[in-house]
Unconditional design. Sequence first.
Length: 451
Amino acid sequence: MKRILWFRRDLRVEDNPILSLGGEVLPIFIFDTQILNALPKDDKRVSFIFDRVIKLKESLQDKGLDLKIFWGDPVEIFRVLEAQGFDEVVASGDYDAYAKERDIRVSHLLHFRYMYDTYIFKPEEILKDDGTPYLVFTPFYNKAKALFSKEHLREYTFGEHTLYKTSYEGITKIDDKEEILPLDIDSIGFRENLPRIDQLETKLKALKDNLSIYAKERDYLDKEVTSHLSIDLRFGTISIRSLLRFLVEQKNRGVDTEPFFRQLIFRDFYAYLLFHFPDLAWENYKYRFNGIEDEEKYSAFCEARTGVPVVDAGVRELLQTGLMHNRVRMICASFFTKDLLLPWQWGESFFAKYLLDYDAASNILSWQWSAGTGIDPQPYFRIFNPYLQSKKFDKEARYIKKWIPELRDVDAKKLHDESYLLNYSIEKYPKPIVVHKEASQYALAYFKQRL
Ligand SMILES: Cc1cc2nc3c(=O)[nH]c(=O)nc-3n(C[C@H](O)[C@H](O)[C@H](O)COP(=O)(O)OP(=O)(O)OC[C@H]3O[C@@H](n4cnc5c(N)ncnc54)[C@H](O)[C@@H]3O)c2cc1C
């Protein structure tokens, strides 16, 4: 068998299903111009991917293989490869609308073999008794636990391969003509801007220490209790099964791993929903709430000028690092869709532009959850009070002050006190652009009219 192994969301050698089949192989990675053309030239994710692709190439070389790196439109690249007599292309699943359509087009050129890797369950594995998909998380979770078996922990071993003979030098650009470019990020039109993130080993060591307090403390903004593994899961620099095996080990040591496992199932649930209901990417599942398009409010949010400290701190964290604590994502998304009454799609695309761990399913479904418009959403009338949230989860305002140093000398209590912020001026920091109670009452009336 002569196979093309197409790495996408699985940038690793360990426990990788596509490396388990063996045969004569051409491992490839494609810098997809359809995706890259829309991104700013200093996008941190491109730097991260570039760095991991080079590491993947080195790891494959250590195993006697290599990685041919392309730059261009995947369909055009496969048109070129098709002429070279391959039997099939092997890749792991990618569920967003663009990926699904691209894969279908590639499958018209070469036999396309999917290997499941990215999530714990296959999308058709968990269904209701009547064969339809679950719409509510808790029954999905219960069924997931009931169906969870050793197969979901399987470790894929490295197959017997021979490397397809071709040049593995540089980056192969496929355009009107074929061209070999130097192996650096400038060749694909980007500037290096690597995000500062811990090594995977460091994260796993910290997770081991934090698992027992994860459930109780993960919502606190100034505590580093969550795993920061979302970017690794997004790009497959960790195998989901190896993370599950790690959890089993911890469970066998007596640690309660269920709260963390539950979050991984949330990730699966969102991918599952987007797979079964692809229109959710742009359409509400429920209600006709569209929000009100208001460029001024939108700019204030995106430039961290809302005057609500926890919201502005979250947006600054996002802009500076590409990360945002989960609780702050929830607070920001609620403020955006309720207090500011802006369309959730605008917030979704703002997060999509900056999140290092951007994942279409998790982001879209979380925004729809916050807006109250998705499948299994929070009730539309549940509106977070951002001041009570920050008082509870950032009592000493350490998180707020870290990201908004202008507020360093303001007493923490005042930063959770809306009436203080509305009535007193703070040097170099704006007053709140909305009054929470009024804005939420207005939003509720607006929603009720459209029920
Ligand atoms: C508005 C909004 C947008 C979001 N956008 C994304 C996104 O684009 N990409 C993304 O990976 N997550 C997204 N999330 C979910 C969550 O915020 C992140 O997964 C989490 O903050 C990542 O940090 P961590 O790895 O330290 O998480 P941990 O708490 O350590 O959780 C472990 C893993 O479980 C998964 N997970 C945890 N919480 C959730 C959740 N609520 N939904 C789905 N998966 C979860 C992630 O893969 C995470 O890495 C979003 C949440 C909200 C409210």
